[in-house]
Design a protein around this ligand. Structure first.
Ligand SMILES: [Zn+2]
Length: 84
């Protein structure tokens, strides 16, 4: 399974991020990534700016503060990208 990131794109606010989209939180210090779970957030965060959320991230692997959210989706079907 591969994560296809939408390059150079951000929804701006978390609440306008399409539900089918996968969000990965990436630590810029150690490079670790984990899925960002939108279903269990405090109310104040649900409508927050993406940049504010990024600033509040804390890496579970190395403890570094801050990070980057990547938007996209997982793909398993490479054939769908080939012409008929
Ligand atoms: Zn880290």
């Amino acid at each position: 399974m591969r994560f296809l990131e939408i390059k150079d794109w951000t929804p701006g606010y978390l609440n306008v991020t399409p539900q089918h989209m996968t969000i990965l939180a990436r630590c810029e210090v150690c490079g670790s990534e984990r899925e960002f779970d939108r279903t269990n957030l405090p109310f104040g965060v649900r409508h927050a700016l993406i940049t504010d959320i990024e600033a509040r991230l804390r890496c579970v692997a190395c403890g570094a503060k801050g990070g980057r959210l990547r938007f996209g989706s997982y793909t398993t079907n490479e054939k769908s990208r080939l012409p008929d």
